[in-house]
Ligand binder design. Structure first.
Ligand SMILES: Cc1cc2nc3c(=O)[nH]c(=O)nc-3n(C[C@H](O)[C@H](O)[C@H](O)COP(=O)(O)O)c2cc1C
Length: 206
């Protein structure tokens, strides 16, 4: 069976990672996944956009797996979003390549869940940092699945990490038969109107 789950993993220093390295190993062990380690593939930050788009086209579920850094994704993953999710391919006029696929965020935070509270040092509930992810998915016609987040990654015990990796393995094996997505609504349509962008001629100054 060809891989129908694409796991894009991004950790700037995987050699120092405990959590994301374990999660990446768990994902790799599942038959139906293709795991692409962005920092290993592109140490020079020169992303092969065509290869990334080919990998996306095969997938039914796309997973973004990374440590949270400054309340968002690591820089190479952000560059991947900028370059791979192009206008006219992923969104906008003629951009339907990802329509109907699912996007799942699998992330870890250094801060414990209790720090993501109005009275604590991260000030906001963790969900408050998710709209840019969700809207990126929705603009591309993808359903944003409920994220899998491991909080307090610095202090997590081996047993807790193993259990978390077990949840990841289980979800990858059983996708799309997850209780948490049974009642999830279809993705709302976000059509970018054709007049939202200047024509190519205008961009080229013709
Ligand atoms: C540059 C940088 C920024 C970080 N920003 C955050 C953050 O915004 N919120 C947070 O909870 N943890 C933050 N962390 C902690 C990482 O999320 C944590 O080290 C990681 O999830 C642990 O996973 P690992 O064992 O795979 O490295 C940051 C770490 C680094 C290096």
């Amino acid at each position: 069976m060809p891989a129908d789950i694409l796991v894009l993993t991004a950790h700037p220093h995987l050699e120092h990672s405990r959590v994301n390295r374990a999660l990446m190993a768990a994902a790799t062990a599942v038959d139906r996944t293709e795991v692409r380690d962005l920092y290993a593939l592109y140490p020079d930050y020169l992303i092969d956009v065509a290869a990334e788009q080919r990998a996306l086209a095969q997938a039914r579920l796309v997973v973004w797996q990374h440590p949270i850094q400054w309340y968002h994704m690591p820089p190479l993953m952000k560059l991947w979003v900028d370059e791979v999710l192009g206008f006219g391919w992923a969104y906008g006029h003629g951009g339907h390549a990802l329509q109907g696929k699912d996007l799942w965020l699998v992330a870890s935070t250094g801060g414990p869940e209790s720090s993501y509270r109005p009275a604590d040092y991260n000030r906001y509930h963790f969900d408050a940092f998710l709209p840019p992810y969700e809207q990126t998915a929705v603009l591309c016609g993808m359903r944003f699945l409920p994220p899998l987040v491991l909080h307090g990654a610095h202090r997590v015990t081996t047993a807790e990490l193993d259990a978390h990796a077990g949840v990841l393995t289980d979800r990858l094996r059983t996708y799309p038969d997850w209780p948490e997505i049974e009642d999830l609504a279809d993705c709302v349509a976000c059509e970018v109107p054709d007049n939202a962008r200047p024509s190519l001629a205008l961009q080229e100054g013709a």
